[in-house]
Design a protein around this ligand. Structure first.
Ligand SMILES: NC(=O)c1ccc[n+]([C@@H]2O[C@H](COP(=O)([O-])OP(=O)(O)OC[C@H]3O[C@@H](n4cnc5c(N)ncnc54)[C@H](O)[C@@H]3O)[C@@H](O)[C@H]2O)c1
Length: 324
């Protein structure tokens, strides 16, 4: 099959491109390299296994041309990362909403199936654990930019499901929970690579808030496995959580990272206000139910957290050596 991956030079996209190429599919990537990097897919582009196109999902004719050549579109391009969303809220909303609409509209012309990436952020502050796909969502007020990412992704989901209902465009929505692994960009405030980098540099590991908030970290290899299984299952018109169910508090994560990396870094606590500005709201617990994913594909993420940390550390160590 011929796939188009928007955002394919990014973290998840580059791993997905690798996986699809490995199993014999051909892959084109459309990416504006805003948070992604050509280095992530250089090995695939140089060997002619991936066709790279520099451009934005917000340019309809560029999107249409590439969608027309594809049998399946995986739409990952988005503005993301807490810092970026808070610093550039207008651009982020535009990328996530207008960009997705352009991709869906282009796909609808030939009913080319589309899988779109949403996020666990759409569950917001809900305290019904674990989060199930049909649960109510609890977002904060619109005056807090933090919620614009979740709201924009919710609108993407509504659009994708409406294209399926109204225009018979086959769409699948996946809600990624915290996904980690090599090539994830620490610059955008992703907690695990940030902690690992700090531990490797023997710099203080900085926890935002009291560290009692918890998350589940899923290895990107499990994530792309789940994505390919949903594509193969043709699970159209449905929403799926993709994430690990191993829950850990951020404070325990900092200690585990320090231990795995064998670092003497101090652990410091920074108030949210200082890290993200006044009135920042965090989500206390975020745990997915992956029963629906398992029901349709037979798959559950299985890579353990210590393994994920070791692999992230190995990757960051080799990146540090290259810089030296
Ligand atoms: N990584 C996670 O933990 C996580 C969690 C929830 C949801 N997601 C979603 O998964 C998707 C992939 O995320 P990622 O972690 O790989 O992030 P990433 O930043 O590495 O990838 C996003 C890619 O999209 C590209 N991009 C951004 N705007 C673009 C535009 N206008 N036109 C073309 N390309 C553009 C970036 O350059 C980048 O390569 C995103 O939709 C994100 O919202 C990721």
């Amino acid at each position: 099959m011929r796939f188009l991956i928007t955002g394919g030079a990014g973290f998840i996209g580059s791993h997905l491109a690798e996986r699809l190429v490995q199993r014999g599919d051909s892959v084109s990537v459309l990416d504006n390299l805003s948070t992604g990097s050509l280095e992530n897919i250089e090995h695939l582009v140089d060997t002619g296994q991936v066709d790279f196109h520099l451009g934005s999902i917000q340019v309809p004719y560029a999107v249409e041309k590439l969608v027309d050549e594809a049998d399946f579109v995986v739409h990952l391009a988005a503005a993301l990362g807490v810092k970026l969303i808070l610093e550039k809220p207008v651009e982020s909303i535009e990328t996530n909403v207008t960009g997705t609409q352009i991709v869906l509209e282009a796909a609808a012309r030939n009913r080319t199936p589309v899988l779109i990436a949403s996020t666990s952020e759409v569950y917001g502050k809900s305290n019904k654990i674990p989060f199930c796909e049909d649960d109510d969502v609890v977002l904060g007020p619109t005056r807090k930019s933090r919620w614009s990412y979740a709201a924009s992704k919710m609108l993407d989901e509504c659009l994708a499901l409406s294209y399926w209902e109204e225009k018979q465009l086959p769409t699948i929505v996946v809600r990624f929970f915290n996904t980690v692994g090599p090539r994830q960009n620490a610059r955008y405030g992703m907690v695990l690579p940030t902690f690992v980098q700090q531990a490797l540099e023997e710099a203080p590991i900085t926890i935002h808030g009291d560290g009692k908030q918890s998350r589940c970290f899923c290895d990107v290899r499990d994530t792309v496995e789940a994505v390919t299984k949903l594509i193969d299952a043709q699970a159209f018109g449905e929403v799926f959580n993709i994430g690990s169910t191993q829950e850990i508090s951020i404070e325990d994560l900092a200690m585990l990272v320090r231990q795995r990396v064998d670092s003497r870094s101090q652990i410091l606590y920074t108030p949210y206000d200082q890290a993200y500005g006044r009135g920042y709201e965090d989500v206390q617990r975020r745990v997915p139910s992956v029963d629906k994913l398992h029901g349709v594909t037979g798959f559950r993420p299985k890579i353990t957290l210590p393994e994920i940390i070791d692999r992230t550390a190995a990757h960051l160590r080799s990146a540090m050596t290259e810089v030296i």
